[in-house]
Design a protein around this ligand. Structure first.
Ligand code: ATP
Ligand code: MG
Length: 464
């Protein structure tokens, strides 16, 4: 009895191996309502079926509808090749080079139509390394082999993402026990978890993303290898990781996602400098990052725009002071040290997540603003108010204060200043200069030596 139990624990059967014939759920056995599906997606499926192809809605849209959530988009899977799909629709075009897909466009809505694909078997590799579809680590480099519907189910990542819905019969095909896992709120890889992560380490991030988005648990065998394999994310192209980080942080569940990333030790491979700052000063860095993410989530739920620049500015900010001090200790004056530290930090981060220039420039501007916001005398305050980055800089200042940075009341001062009349503003600026006059006499500048100015950051307002 015990021996049998032991064997069954070790047997790969405990893993979710896909079935060769699917479980079929009739229309009264599931909650997917046809009316909630984009009529364009339904018309694409029906048209392909009429032409003799197999076609289904698949992936996130079926999963989300089963959970009574609003799908982000509607994806179709078919045995028609992209060229055959293009031939069926006037409004279709083929995109991608290696991984070809057809996009069928209806006004602003695009229905993505993918041809059934198969996994590359590990043991059928061509000798020629240039043609190899896998890296020696097992990572899949190319994913361009067409296959059957069964193959297509097998190559998908999680059981809950491998459900196929046929709008004509309103039936769901379940090859991988996805319905069971949806009901039990579990994220579970199809097949052997370690192998599936080795094939594509980004699946570890996807597991976290779906766990946060759907409020699901990561099933224990799918969770177990993540901490050990996390460092493999370093080999993923930085452009793909940037896209993935945006999906993680802009899905409306960024705070929960951050907690899960930390729990599974995936934050460090994505943001090494920020993770080091978190380890040094968990209260301050944790508070600042979580507050920034909570604000992002709120804005997304309110339908307000969010900028990746603000998000990255916040994620990297706690790593900045230590860098600045290091450079100052090597004799660099404060302002150049701040500029150099910001530059280094952003370029290092780009090695992990390729942040495009249209975001790195505003990150720098938000940080520069932190040095300028304390300097308000004369016409400076009014000039700053007119600066197009003022709002982001001011919001960032409030974020720093909410994480416990001491700024000598700078945030509330700016809040009042924005609401004040002209005469009140003039009085506020006069108050500032009289406060300065009443304060200690400014120290004479020395050519060298003297006390170094602390950089903006933990516990200190940037000096005026
Ligand atoms: P959402 O769009 O809500 O983020 P989704 O499940 O639709 O979730 P997509 O990234 O749009 O996710 O991918 C569509 C489908 O393609 C997934 O449901 C999954 O079946 C498959 N898929 C995507 N990425 C991978 C991957 N890295 N490995 C295996 N299958 C994947
Ligand atoms: Mg999708």
């Amino acid at each position: 009895m015990l021996k049998k139990l032991f064997q069954s624990l070790r047997s790969p059967l405990r893993l979710r191996q896909p079935r060769s014939t699917p479980a079929v759920l009739g229309h009264n056995q599931h909650t997917v309502a046809r009316e909630r599906i984009s009529r364009h997606a339904v018309s694409v499926v029906e048209r392909l079926q009429k032409s003799g192809y197999q076609a289904y809605l698949v992936g996130g849209c079926v999963r989300d509808l089963m959970l009574d959530m609003e799908p982000k988009d509607f994806d179709v899977a078919t045995n028609a090749t992209p060229e055959q799909v293009r031939a069926e629709f006037r409004n279709a075009r083929v995109i991608g080079r290696r991984f070809k897909l057809a996009h069928v466009q209806f006004g602003r809505e695009i229905i993505e139509v993918a041809t059934f694909r198969a996994n590359h078997p590990v043991d059928e590799e061509p000798e020629n390394a240039h043609q190899a579809s896998r890296h020696e680590s097992g990572r899949i480099l190319r994913d361009n082999v067409y296959g059957s519907l069964e193959d297509d189910a097998q190559r998908r990542d999680f059981t809950i993402n491998a459900l196929y819905y046929d709008p004509s019969s309103e039936r769901i095909l379940d090859y991988a026990h996805g319905v069971h896992d949806i009901r039990n709120r579990l994220i579970r890889l199809i097949g052997d978890p370690e192998q599936r992560y080795l094939e594509d380490p980004v699946r570890m991030l996807r597991a976290i993303r779906f766990a946060a988005k759907l409020d699901f648990e990561i099933e224990k065998h799918s969770a177990a290898p993540i901490r050990r394999l996390g460092p493999m994310l370093r080999d993923i192209p930085s452009a793909r990781l940037f896209d993935e980080v945006l999906k993680l942080m802009l899905g409306g569940k960024a705070e929960r996602t951050f907690d899960l990333l930390c729990e599974y030790e995936l934050f460090a491979p994505l943001f090494p400098a920020s993770a080091a700052a978190l380890a040094r000063d968990p209260d301050y860095a944790g508070q600042l990052i979580r507050q920034a993410l909570a604000n992002t989530d709120t804005r997304i739920h309110q339908g307000k725009p969010v900028t990746p620049a603000f998000l990255f500015a916040a994620l990297l900010w706690p790593a900045l002071p230590a860098r600045v001090l290091q450079l100052q200790d090597r004799g660099m004056p404060p302002i150049p040290a701040m500029n150099e530290a910001a530059h280094e930090l952003i370029s290092e981060q780009c090695q992990r997540t390729a942040i495009p220039k249209r975001f790195t420039i505003p990150i720098r501007e938000i940080w520069d603003m932190q040095e300028r916001l304390p300097r308000r005398s004369g016409k400076r305050a009014d000039l700053l108010l007119e600066n197009p980055r003022f709002r982001a800089g001011y919001d960032f200042l409030l974020l720093r204060e909410s994480a416990g940075e001491r700024t000598d009341g700078l945030g509330p001062w700016w809040t009042d200043y924005q609401d004040a009349s002209d005469s009140e503003r003039r009085a506020m600026i006069r108050d500032l200069s009289s406060r300065d006059e009443a304060g200690p006499a400014p120290r004479k500048r020395r050519r060298s030596g003297g006390r170094k100015r602390r950089p903006a950051g933990r516990g200190d307002a940037p000096a005026e």
